[in-house]
Design a binder for this molecule. Structure first.
Ligand SMILES: *Cc1c(COP(=O)(O)O)cnc(C)c1O
Length: 428
């Protein structure tokens, strides 16, 4: 697969290069030069396949020229070693639960596939540093996906005090090849430190810098697969009336959903659901891109006011000649998020703030005859404190969390200062 840099279409790279590099020059995102499409009959056949076989077929439409089918299948099998079930909430709304992986959030799909691809495309004694910023869940997924991998050092930046205690415990207690830094700032600050590191050619060479943010194309490709998995679990009559609501922060998940549609998956409409960090909904409403300062919300993994993946969404609409006006959108404040969680609990479905936002907009915007699916991006127990407080009932910890809850945090603390980060990367 060839990809081009959205900031300079003349810069073209292979999938392997894009996986290793993360970003192109001027911090440009890579985007596929060819957008594969399946025939309707292919799609029907694929929807009958098992998750791993179908996912290998989807991924091979993009990267089959760079990785042999059997290899790809084996690697998809080890990355996607857990299910993505669709759970019924009401007669016309279901949740796609993406939180049954080792770190209990959808980021496990992308993180683990990226680890597989990176190890596939890297030379045996090439040393790599993965530097990534996290708003809570990417860090854990990436840390666990790379933990113990030889020749890979992982450095994760996160906004101090702005992620849940259990989120922090999941990835800041590992040690070994995983280093974590609590930055005095918000997620956008962390993201901008990472970008500065990528602009530093000397540093990049010295430590073999790679990013594992949702900007890495391998993560996005992996995420396409569970949209197909969702449709495969729906009865035939619901498949053609499908509206999918995606809780969005950096907009990687929505980009993947749109790529699934571009491959031919029948999705009538997507809804871009955000919290009070509503740069995209305001843009879709008024046509102006006006990021405000990031505010902290209950759905902290979506506390992003400058979503990195948005240029990819725009590029895809342009390439497919789709209209942005067909994209559903909305922003939900904390109070309404709480109400949505209680409403879901009354329906017999325990959820957490991110999914509740997607649910709320879906139930508001779903039309007669349509079937709605919202993405359950994290396990409710990951947000135990707020979920228990909002729903007024205790939430048992799943084993993955219980195992780490009492371990000491191993994080470093740092000011939002690139010089300090650079030193750390070079000498620590
Ligand atoms: C990362 C994350 C999101 C946002 O996903 P993007 O791809 O960044 O839009 C939503 N919910 C949860 C729980 C997350 O961890």
């Amino acid at each position: 697969m060839k990809l081009y840099n959205l900031k300079d279409h003349n810069e073209q790279v292979s999938f392997s290069q894009a996986v290793k590099q993360g970003l192109g020059s001027q911090q440009g995102l890579f985007f596929p030069l060819e957008l594969p499409e399946f025939e309707l009959t292919d799609i029907d056949e694929m929807l009958e396949m098992d998750f791993v076989s179908r996912s290998s077929k989807i991924l091979s439409a993009f990267i089959g020229d760079e990785i042999e089918a059997h290899q790809l299948h084996e690697r998809v099998k080890s990355a996607f070693a857990f299910p993505a079930p669709v759970a019924k909430v009401t007669d016309d709304i279901s949740a796609l639960e993406l939180f049954h992986g080792p770190t209990l959030a959808f980021k496990d799909f992308g993180g683990r596939f990226m680890a597989q691809m990176l190890s596939y495309v890297s030379g045996a004694d090439e040393k790599i540093t993965i530097l990534t910023a996290t708003s809570g869940d990417t860090g854990a997924a990436v840390a666990h996906a790379f933990y113990g991998m030889e020749n890979v050092r992982v450095v994760i930046l996160y906004p101090q005090g702005k992620i849940s205690k259990l989120q922090e415990k999941l990835f800041c207690t590992l040690g070994g090849n995983i280093q974590t830094i609590a930055i005095d700032g918000d997620f956008d600050t962390c993201q901008s430190l990472v970008k500065q590191a990528f602009d530093d050619e000397l540093l990049k060479k010295a430590i073999g810098l790679n990013s594992a943010n949702s900007i890495n194309i391998s993560r996005l490709l992996a995420q396409i697969c569970y949209y197909f998995e969702a449709v495969a679990q729906l009865p035939q009559e619901k498949r053609n009336q499908l509206v999918v609501s995606v809780p969005s922060g950096n907009f990687g998940d929505l980009t993947a959903g749109l790529l699934a549609k571009s491959l031919g998956l029948p999705v009538k409409r997507f809804i871009a659901a955000t919290n009070a960090n509503d740069t995209v909904p305001r843009f879709l409403q008024a046509g102006e891109w006006l990021p405000a300062a990031t505010v902290s919300t209950l759905s902290n993994a979506m506390d992003v006011s400058q979503p990195n993946n948005w240029p990819r969404v725009e590029e895809l609409f342009r390439r497919k000649t789709w209209r942005l006006t067909d994209l559903g959108f909305g922003a939900v404040d904390d109070e309404t998020t709480r109400a949505a969680m209680r409403e879901l609990a009354d329906l017999g479905y325990i959820s957490e703030p991110h999914a509740a936002i997607a649910y709320r907009l879906l139930r508001d915007q779903l039309q007669e005859g349509e079937f709605g699916l919202f993405l359950g991006t994290a396990h409710p127990a990951k947000f135990k404190e707020s979920v228990e407080e909002i729903l007024g009932q205790p939430l048992p910890l799943p084993k993955e969390l219980a195992d780490r809850a009492d371990l000491p945090l191993l994080s470093h603390k740092m000011a939002a200062d690139f010089a300090q980060l650079r030193d750390f990367l070079l000498y620590k």
